[in-house]
Design a protein around this ligand. Structure first.
Ligand SMILES: [Zn+2]
Length: 449
């Protein structure tokens, strides 16, 4: 569709900075012009217009760590430590989930994400051919990297599912869907399998990927301080330094690795992450809720690591709200460092946009509003009491705006939400389906034990 977004304040997150009374011109799925409204409005006068007067326009937010199907488990088990939470509550119920359930749960998170200004999600879950996250993101009109999570106890099954996921989905939905290879964590994936998953990723890349369209590696890493003990317990491996150092000794780290959490790090770990170009997904709300600890984000950034932001799954957050994550990120690191100059609003907004795109190796196409990039654009209504008066758009975006201020969302040049009406999915019918899926799941858990 040929579109002109006219009259808003554009926070480009590119070298163009902030453009007041600006315009963005979109042809098909691409941004072909950005600048002042005065200059562009006559030049493209026949394009369909979206009036953005009094509004703020930003690049779509990039959520770099989620398990989108887990919306079905939202609020199912709160206030437990990670190990008990996973082993006693989450994994038993998840073992009852079927493809259709995963699809419905994922669609629910997709809709929630769109309504909160997220246009790209990096998600890790069980891939099933008869219903999955990729299908849901594609249907909702979203962009995403969809992984299959791998464990040592199901290697053959993982190998099959990774192949199926790559064949069926990589580069599909007009290039909106990419896939990833996802070792769950160093304590659930043994050293040999970890190395194998690295070579599986390389093999899949050769057959299905390209430099412009890569298959990446997505892992939970150093989420809690006891990870070395868990690795020893699971695989009898003695770890001398940190967990990052251990993974590096397996030769699996590189620029195409996105590591979620990175809470418990040694100084050497931080240096390795920087040297190897590993990308970090910071998930402060999940880390706080599970009391996992606080990632040394300012140190990572100082060391030169690309840090992006994620919500984590909807059962450890419990929402996929990136506005909350942005605000908590800015506040948390000020609080723990005792330094209010740490992580200013501008840096946090970068983490949620252009650095998120970088973390997924997708910054050639998304993460900022500039000519040649894909049109993933979010328009927020700033004519609200909690956003008045206005001194700095960026300040409001981090400290005052809410997901519900998002009004219109464009992904890949398509309007997926307009004036808060989602165009791609019937939201009320979906919520009914989600309730039925929850009931069926609980029934199966009760009947099968
Ligand atoms: Zn996670």
């Amino acid at each position: 569709m040929d579109l002109m977004i006219l009259g808003g304040t554009i926070v480009t997150m590119s070298s163009m900075g902030i453009i007041r009374n600006g315009a963005i011109i979109i042809e098909d799925n691409q941004i072909i012009d950005v600048g002042e409204a005065e200059r562009l409005k006559n030049k493209y006068s026949r394009y369909e217009k979206i009036d953005a007067k009094g509004k703020v326009v930003i690049p779509g937010l990039v959520n770099t760590h989620n398990h989108i199907a887990m919306s079905l488990l939202r609020g199912y088990a709160d206030d437990y430590p990670l190990k008990e939470w996973l082993e006693k509550w989450i994994w038993p119920l998840e073992s009852k989930m079927r493809g259709y359930d995963i699809y419905i749960g994922s669609l629910l998170t997709a809709v929630e994400s769109i309504m909160g200004g997220v246009t790209t999600i990096n998600t890790m879950y069980h891939y099933m051919e008869d219903g999955n996250e990729a299908q849901a993101l594609a249907e909702a009109g979203m962009r995403g990297v969809v992984g299959h999570v791998c464990f040592s106890w199901r290697k053959d099954e993982d190998r099959r599912r990774l192949e199926a996921l790559a064949r069926k989905w990589h580069g599909k939905a007009n290039g909106r869907i990419r896939i990833s290879v996802d070792p769950h964590a160093p304590y659930t994936v043994d050293p040999d399998y970890m190395r194998e998953l690295k070579s599986i990723k390389e093999d899949l890349n050769e057959r299905y990927g390209s430099d412009r369209n890569p298959i990446i590696w997505h892992i939970h890493l150093a989420e809690t301080a006891d990870e070395p003990e868990k690795i020893k317990e699971s695989f009898g491996v003695d770890i001398e330094g940190g967990v990052v150092e251990y993974l590096n000794s397996l030769n699996v780290l590189g620029e195409d690795v996105i590591a979620a959490h990175c809470v418990s790090l040694t100084e050497r770990d931080i240096k390795i992450l920087a040297d190897k170009g590993v990308k970090v997904s910071h998930n402060p709300i999940s880390n706080l809720k599970l009391a996992s600890g606080i990632s040394p984000i300012p140190k990572l950034i100082k060391a030169g690591v690309t840090v992006s932001l994620g919500t984590d799954g909807p059962s450890s957050n419990n929402v996929s709200d990136m506005f909350e994550v942005m605000k908590v990120t800015a506040l948390l690191h000020k609080g723990v460092s005792g330094d209010p100059t740490v992580l200013p609003a501008e840096s946090v907004l970068r983490m949620a946009t252009i650095d998120g795109a970088r973390a997924l190796l997708w910054d050639g196409d998304i993460g900022s509003i500039e000519v040649g990039k894909k049109a993933d654009i979010v328009i927020l209504n700033f004519r609200k009491p909690h956003l008045c008066p206005l001194y700095s758009e960026v300040s409001h975006l981090i400290y005052a705006a809410k997901a519900s201020d998002v009004e219109t969302v464009i992904i890949d040049g398509e309007i997926v939400m307009e004036d808060r009406e989602v165009k791609t999915v019937n939201v009320f019918r979906l919520m009914d389906q989600a309730l039925r899926v929850r009931d069926d799941l609980l029934n199966r858990l009760e009947t099968d034990g």
